[in-house]
Design a protein around this ligand. Sequence first.
Ligand code: AMP
Length: 425
Amino acid sequence: MPAITAPRGTQDILPDRSPRWEWILRSHADLAQRSGYALLETPIFEATELFERGTGAGTDVVEKEMYTFRDRGDRSITLRPETTPSAVRAVLQAHLDQETRPVRVRYAGPQFRYDRPQAGRYRQFWQVGVEAIGEHSPGFDVEVVDLAWRYFQSLGIEGISLQLNTLGDLDDRTRYRAALVAYYTPHRQQLCDDCTRRLEINPLRLLDCKRDSGLVAGAPDIAGSLSAPSREFFERVQSGLRGRVPYRLNPRLVRGLDYYAHTTFEVWHESLQGAQNALGGGGRYDGLAAVLGFPSTPGVGYALGVERILHVCETAGLGPNAAQRTAITVISLDAASLNVALGHADQLRGAGREAVVDASDRRLDRRLRNAERSGSRVAVIVGSDEARDGTITVRDLVGRSQTTTPAAALGEHVDAILRKQQSDA
Ligand code: AMP
């Protein structure tokens, strides 16, 4: 019988990579928390309609990539392909916006998209993100873009660029759409199949074409379709970012749905290739709440891809790189002394030290070698003699010397050995 392996497009984060993974998640949680964003947990599955309406029926994600199934109650359920619609639903369902505005929330968790797996593209991947829900002012667009930027700075990642654009408001986009249709229609014959459809249903997405034959370069910019208030909104976003975030204007950065408004941005990394070069993206979604059936409520946020951040950090050697090592191994020599060994380990851990208990039935020399290989620097050996007379054998796995100490002084004794190892190194 062949052994079962992980599903295509998924990966395990094994202990050799998980310290860095955890560091990436923790760094985001810490920074966002210190910036006022509280943790929000939402279900990994939701009613399919949430994403059909919230992510948008015209997007690749909804058209081709969702994990949708009927549950035993015959409801259509979807594994979330993104978290923004869930966050808006959760905040407005609980009326949090009636207490304070904006409601600042952060999240971290797996997302699911049935895409063709390749480097940097998985079917289950993690995102960390924030949403500021309830305010229309450009100051919050600045806050969110700035937070994304500061996060990448805090990890020490170099070679990133922040791409910024505006989509204006609904009227601006109606004008822009007409301008795009006027530009593309005479070139209809050169369009790929997807784009022929986009020309009819969602012309903004023509700018996203992956098989473009040179048409995108000549297409009109949104700038020509912006109203004066929309231009002013974008100017205020830029003036807030100037001198803090070295953004680049990118008029090709679009999101093709009506409920997106004004600011849109992506963070690109120079080492990532082609369509998979984005570490994250975000923007303003003032019309989202209304399409979900809630009172109209503005919002702005971002989502960052954890696997891609991990890849960049691994390549650049950023963050913790070693598998976990536990400084002290407490070895119980026989069944009778296990209980005492567990007690010693607790006591050692209590003062912030790291201790692992080895209760295997193997020979002592093997167990000492194993402790050494796993990175321990001190072994505490507990047998029935030690358990009886209250003394403990302590072995320095670096200096290879062995001493005994009264149980009460175990912690200090071990500390002294670790200190000596450090000063000898
Ligand atoms: P999006 O919600 O599509 O704007 O995605 C935001 C970020 O999530 C992207 O910039 C990527 O870093 C990451 N991401 C999106 N889709 C995938 C995927 N299939 N596999 C890995 N990361 C992804």
